[in-house]
Design a binder for this molecule. Structure first.
Ligand code: PMP
Length: 443
């Protein structure tokens, strides 16, 4: 079996190969290395000097246009004029912390909470998905008294110390710490079963039992409801339900990380957990929330928030400030007014059907799976389910040469992540399908 990959290593530019890229790129890369140092992560064999973006298109310094099939931050479209205008107007009017009363911040909180099941009636605003998950872990600790968490094997939930501990895909040299257990992703492709929900629930049961056996009280299950970094596992809708029941029976909380699937991407409602007909105890959000303006949030029940706030002073300087709220409100307006959830459903369906046709012509594609505009294309060695990371890497770089930007996921880096802005059109989808077909035919 191929080596597993650390998520930031996927499609990463190696600075040792900067020579021959031309004076301008070489100089920018050198400046970056000198300042960012070891933390620099650039993508592509030949990094792109990006200068602007609009809708589903990004433009480099030479004016070359790229179709963005990759980006769930600019989720309603790059530089959407309504979001840009809302941010600019509010920034020119008032922008400070949340310690005063503001109409637009409260409008936003109410509008957003109205998209959740009724019991999830409190929101804490943050600036990033990492902060949201960090707070979710703390809320879980304080409510349950448990410090143990169960996550999937290739999960990514963010970058704080506590959240890195529950993000196995970030580990380069170490394994999970003693308070964390991992369960395999609900992978129907490599491990077929008639009942993926039971299998996932059994794995969660064993993980909880193992924590307790080792003297760690169970706190909760933290799960990305579309399993993005694990390789995108969406179907059958509803398979999470049994695991949720298991967690509740064990006295734990269910945290649904909606940083990736949230805000309509799955094409059947605002939230990924809705596809599974479950009601989490805590929901965390980030990336698409402000269409690029840093907005994040944690939604939960008052009874979970209260004990934490009784013992801990929590304040977030930038979280939910009036500019963040203006961006967030504009995003909700655009999703609604442009029918982006239905668009994700329609165009997602078109892409899935087209990709399955392409898979029939190219045996290196082992599986295509999706919900709305979140699609995984899994590359395997023909005739097997053994991961073919080289094929994914080839496709990523060859697509880029033809003006299409895409990324990879999965434990082996062999799953292409099709995750375009939600305003992706029929023509955009056709262009992507044609280009992928051509690139694979050339290999
Ligand atoms: N959760 C998931 C599922 C994510 O994909 C990410 C970011 N890739 C995060 C949390 C962390 O979000 P941020 O980078 O905004 O801190």
């Amino acid at each position: 079996m191929a080596n597993t990959k650390q998520i930031l290593a996927l499609n990463r530019f190696d600075a040792r190969h900067a020579e021959g890229l031309g004076a301008e790129l070489e100089s920018l890369i050198a400046r970056r290395q000198a300042t960012f140092g070891a933390s620099s992560v650039l993508v592509y064999e030949r990094p792109i000097r990006m200068v602007r973006a609009e809708g589903v298109w990004m433009f480099d310094a030479d004016g070359r246009r790229y179709l963005d099939v990759y980006n769930n931050v600019a989720s309603v479209g790059h530089c959407h004029p309504r979001v840009v205008d809302a941010i600019a107007k509010q920034a020119a009017t008032l922008n400070t912390n949340t310690r005063y009363l503001y109409d637009n911040v409260h409008d936003y909180a109410e509008r957003l909470l109205a998209t959740f099941p009724g019991e999830l009636s409190n929101i804490v605003f943050t600036c990033t998905g990492s902060e949201s998950n960090d707070l979710a872990l703390r809320l879980t600790n304080s409510f349950t008294g448990g410090t143990g968490f169960v996550v999937t094997e290739t999960a990514y939930h963010g970058n704080t110390e506590a959240v890195t501990a529950v993000s196995p895909s970030s580990f380069k040299t170490h394994t999970v710490p003693p308070h964390v257990r991992t369960v395999p992703a609900p992978d129907l492709y490599r491990h077929p079963t008639n009942d993926v929900g039971s299998r996932f629930a059994e794995d969660v049961t064993s993980a909880i039992a193992d924590l307790e056996r080792n003297g760690v009280k169970f706190g909760g299950l933290l799960v990305d409801s579309i399993f993005s970094s694990d390789g995108i596992y969406a179907d059958p809708a509803g398979f999470l339900k049994q695991a949720v029941d298991v967690v509740r029976e064990a006295g734990g909380l269910v945290i649904s990380d909606e940083v990736q699937p949230g805000f309509g991407r799955t094409g059947s409602g605002m939230w990924g957990f809705q596809r599974h007909s479950v009601e989490p105890d805590i929901v965390t959000m980030g990336k698409p929330m402000g269409n690029g303006f840093p907005v994040g949030g944690v939604v939960t029940r008052p009874e979970i928030l209260e004990p934490f706030c009784a013992t801990t002073g929590y304040f977030n300087t930038f979280g939910g400030n009036p500019v963040a709220a203006a961006a967030g409100l504009a995003v909700l307006d655009v999703i609604e007014d442009e029918g982006l959830i239905e668009n994700a459903n329609q165009i997602g369906g078109q892409l899935r059907a087209g990709l399955r046709q392409i898979a029939g012509r190219h045996p290196s594609i082992g599986d295509v799976r999706s919900a709305g505009l979140f699609i995984g294309i899994e590359f395997s060695l023909p005739g097997t389910t053994d991961p073919d990371a080289a094929a994914a890497s080839y496709a990523i770089n060859a697509l880029k040469e033809r003006g299409v930007l895409i990324g990879a996921a999965g434990a082996y880096g062999n799953v292409l992540k099709v995750r375009p802005p939600l305003c992706f059109s029929r023509d955009n989808a056709d262009l992507f399908l044609e280009t992928l077909d051509a690139v694979l035919s050339e290999r």
